[in-house]
Design a protein around this ligand. Structure first.
Ligand SMILES: Nc1nc2c(c(=O)[nH]1)N[C@H]1C(S)=C(S)[C@@H](COP(=O)(O)OP(=O)(O)OC[C@H]3O[C@@H](n4cnc5c(=O)[nH]c(N)nc54)[C@H](O)[C@@H]3O)O[C@H]1N2
Ligand SMILES: Nc1nc2c(c(=O)[nH]1)N[C@H]1C(S)=C(S)[C@@H](COP(=O)(O)OP(=O)(O)OC[C@H]3O[C@@H](n4cnc5c(=O)[nH]c(N)nc54)[C@H](O)[C@@H]3O)O[C@H]1N2
Ligand SMILES: [Mo]
Length: 784
């Protein structure tokens, strides 16, 4: 199907994930970024001892790496960071912010790396070059004049453990716990859900478990695009005949078949590995009902087995010794009728029984999940239901089994470990106070949604961004931008230009920093840094490329500069000493968190790094009762917000997706190869029956409007309809373009993760203007 223009089209993708498509895509971006020479060599060092940690996802890097331990998207991320293009003062002199605000995300970052510290000048509506000394002095003066409660210190999950630890010290020494981070929009449902259920906020699985598992369940995670290195573990598991059962509303290519681009035999031969042995296209938001159904079927099988005098299916011994809440959970499952489960899950009883049969037959079952679980109104319940399912057969705390949330940003889990959190109850306050000689504020700070609320009600007046693209990543973006523009202070520490920098508020700075791939020389010494991956593994890394600009500074150095200008003499912290030697920062991390980081300076060099202790993995449950807890869901419905009620036939559930050619708000290009979309992102994926039922045809243009809170209009479009293999009443479109559709209050209960995967919407036919068409069909590769 041709979309808009011969250059944009939709053709279902028939090849496996990986393979030549992946190799081609890597070469294209290296070429386009003019980075082959700069990036070719660094790629060899990616994810290797003595090299740098991939700046893309948080998936674990093996201790004994493959000869090229990177994936298509990791290579793209490296090329994107090492581009030879520059967004320099001359660029800013050519463009006003009013003009730049018209540019798409792709064009902004495509201009290349930020090179000089810049300050916004309202008179010319442009950023102008400033010096670091002036920037620190003026930012410090302004911070000193503001109430700490009105300033927010946001972190995107990429900064190292050293930078993150410095950042929380800076915020708290300044006087606030306002430390929201990207994980508030991501796996916060995991941190809340797992903590309550099994007493740890993180997953229990390590790479070793993949080698010993005998069955894997996969919920709402798009491995082929978002954590492709995990395909190696999945492929190896499949070669041992391990069944992989997937639950996803759409058929994601990487979950179907994989060709290892690093294996000549697979690249040249006809063979790809089948990844999922069962693939269930459940309804969006149907996961809690799915688990109910599997559990119900397990109880039925258990009863039948016991009646025949055979051993039961449910692990009663484990349940009795290790858990509580089982009886209530069991009753709730038994009382829920199959037709309710089938309707909510969008799957048949027999499909769920087929899953239960495989689950019951295996002893070491692992469960992997991502944003399809956490970004829902009942995201926390979803997570806890997955735990319930594992607990039924003692699948936590034994080798080859466990729960595996796949984290997003490459150090997002680590940031939380070293104190990036708005809740002072989650950090060792006394240790910090004793070591650093200041009083940690006791008032709880703001998370991401609360920060947005503070922007709207005017109580948030200043914002420091340690990376990220806050204004584009948050929900309700059209409502948030005008509020954001009233900020007194907007400081962005960044590598590339993005939307958040272009809505300046009254005083704005862009502070260009080094990326993690680059050499970080302080005091004549090349510094090393550490990260913690999705499996709780901590390792040391080192950048090895020449910095993009002689004027860019390391994140640690920038934080030290701001701290010195803001807090002279207020603490016992010698910021400059830490800037000159990161080992001093690590010493502090080890003193504040000895259980995890003792002897960090030596252990971080161990082959494959060291693992933080995870109590639940050893069947120690750090919950209030000392047991793992079955938590019974209150409701099966994912979403009871729809107005006037959820039986309205014109309302579809929209999930916002990542393409294969983006990293969050960073758009590498307009190819979603695995989903067959090329040349555009202005599309909406719909079931063909819905398309016809609602009076449209594929290729039609529609405006998409949020169907809750009718008194506020939230609309995006026009988007072009693609008839796609997605369940009826569901539809999908891209993040971040669709963020204006997510009401700020439409977030997961308790974790406040925006419900970006279930937005009730209606569609109306649209006729695109010439400007709409131009935006929908971007001319790629524009350097202006
Ligand atoms: N290349 C690349 N890698 C990335 C990122 C990137 O943007 N690009 N982002 C990074 C970050 S920060 C994160 S958090 C992760 C995100 O990685 P993922 O967790 O994979 O997140 P998404 O791509 O948003 O999509 C999740 C999947 O959930 C499915 N889904 C949606 N709704 C439901 C549902 O109700 N139930 C079920 N079972 N499935 C559902 C979608 O079809 C999709 O396949 O990836 C990280 N890695
Ligand atoms: N609708 C919808 N909304 C979502 C999601 C969704 O699935 N749907 N996903 C949510 C999720 S899971 C997440 S994690 C958030 C992501 O939210 P963020 O983490 O805030 O956004 P990113 O797009 O990852 O940030 C990209 C910017 O980071 C800067 N950057 C890159 N590398 C570095 C570095 O090394 N140092 C510094 N200082 N800056 C750097 C660059 O300037 C770049 O423009 O979005 C959330 N929003
Ligand atoms: Mo994320």
């Amino acid at each position: 199907m041709t979309l808009i223009h011969p250059k944009a089209h939709f053709r279902p993708y028939t090849s496996a994930a990986g393979g030549w498509g992946s190799a081609k895509s890597v070469m294209e971006i290296l070429w386009r970024e003019q980075a082959p020479i700069r990036a070719g060599l660094p790629l060899i060092k990616q994810n290797k001892p003595g090299g740098f940690a991939c700046v893309s996802c948080a998936w674990a890097k093996p201790g004994k790496p493959h000869s090229l331990e990177f994936c298509e998207n990791g290579a793209k991320a490296t090329a994107w960071e090492l581009t030879s293009r520059k967004t320099d003062p001359a660029f800013f002199a050519r463009h006003t912010l009013t003009e730049l605000r018209q540019w798409p995300d792709y064009d902004l970052e495509q201009q290349g790396r930020l090179t000089h510290p810049m300050r916004y000048n309202a008179a010319t509506d442009r950023y102008q070059e400033t010096t670091w000394e002036e920037a620190y002095r003026d930012i410090g003066a302004q911070l000193k004049s503001m109430s700490p409660d009105s300033v927010v210190f946001y972190a995107s999950g990429r900064a190292s453990l050293e930078t993150s630890f410095m950042y929380q010290l800076l915020a708290r020494a300044y006087g606030t716990n306002n430390l929201p981070d990207s994980s508030n929009m991501c796996h916060e449902s995991t941190s809340v859900g797992l903590q309550e259920s099994i007493g740890v906020p993180v997953g229990t699985v390590t790479l070793d478990d993949f080698e010993h598992t005998d069955c894997i369940l996969f919920f709402g995670q798009n491995v082929g695009s978002n954590s492709p290195r995990m395909l190696h573990q999945l492929r190896e598991a499949r070669q041992r005949d391990v069944p992989i059962i997937t639950f996803n509303p759409i058929r994601e290519r990487g979950l179907e078949r994989f060709v290892n681009p690093q294996s000549p035999v697979e690249m040249l031969g006809p063979n790809s590995t089948v990844i999922s042995t069962q693939y269930h296209q459940l309804a969006i938001g149907g996961d809690t009902a799915v688990v109910m159904g599997i559990a119900k079927s397990l109880f039925e099988m258990d009863e039948a087995a016991l009646a025949k005098g055979q051993p039961g299916i449910i692990d009663q011994a484990f349940i009795a010794q290790h858990t509580e809440g089982f009886a209530e959970f069991c009753n709730s499952v038994l009382e829920t009728p199959w037709d309710t489960i089938e309707r909510q899950a969008g799957l048949s009883r027999s499909a769920l029984e087929a899953v239960a049969t495989v689950y019951a037959r295996h002893e070491r079952v692992m469960l992997v999940y991502g944003m399809g679980i956490t970004q829902h109104r009942r995201g926390v319940t979803n997570v806890q239901m997955l735990v319930n399912l594992l607990l039924l057969r003692g699948n936590i705390g034994k080798r080859g089994a466990g729960i595996c949330p796949v984290r997003g940003h490459s150090n997002v889990q680590g940031q939380r470990t070293v104190g990036i959190t708005e809740d002072p109850k989650k950090i060792p306050v006394d240790k910090i106070e004793e070591l650093y000689g200041f009083t940690v504020p006791s008032k709880k700070g703001l998370n991401t949604v609360e920060t947005c609320e503070g922007l709207l009600d005017g109580s948030v007046r200043g914002f420091i961004g340690l990376g990220g693209n806050f204004l584009r990543a948050i929900p309700d973006t059209s409502r948030m931008e005008p509020a954001w523009n009233t900020l007194e202070l907007n400081v962005q520490i960044a590598t590339k230009l993005n939307r958040t920098h272009l809505v300046p508020g009254k005083n704005a700075w862009i502070l260009p920093c080094l990326g993690r791939i680059e050499k970080d020389v302080q005091n004549g010494v090349e510094q090393v840094y550490t990260t913690e991956d999705s499996t709780g593994c901590v390792r040391a890394w080192q950048g090895n490329s020449e910095p993009a600009s002689a004027h860019a500074r390391a994140e640690v150095a920038i934080l030290a500069g701001i701290a010195e200008a803001t807090l002279p003499g207020a603490t016992r912290i010698d910021w400059d000493a830490r800037r000159r030697d990161y080992a001093l920062i690590r010493q502090g991390i080890a003193q504040v968190y000895p259980e995890i980081f003792h002897d960090m300076e030596t252990r971080m060099w161990e082959t494959g790094g060291f693992h933080r202790p995870i109590a639940a993995a050893k069947r120690e449950w750090k919950t209030e009762s000392g047991r793992a807890i079955f938590i019974t869901p209150e409701l099966l419905e994912e979403d009871d917000d729809v107005y006037p009620n959820h039986t309205r036939r014109d309302v579809l559930q929209l999930m916002t997706l990542r393409s294969n050619d983006q990293f969050n708000t960073t758009i590498y290009g307009y190819e979603d190869r695995f989903r067959g979309v090329s040349g555009t992102r202005a599309v909406i994926f719909m079931n063909r029956n819905d398309v016809l039922r609602l009076g449209f045809k594929p290729g039609d243009w529609v405006n998409v409007t949020t169907a809750i809170e009718p008194q506020v209009t939230r609309s995006v479009g026009p988007l072009q309809i693609i008839a796609y293999d997605i369940p009826e009443n569901c539809c999908a479109a891209y993040y971040p373009e669709c963020n204006p559709l997510v009401p700020l209050w439409h977030h997961a209960e308790r974790s406040k993760v925006p419900a970006a995967k279930s937005i009730p919407v209606t569609l109306a036919k649209a006729s695109p203007s010439a400007g709409d068409l131009k935006r929908a069909l971007p001319e790629s590769d524009q350097v202006r």
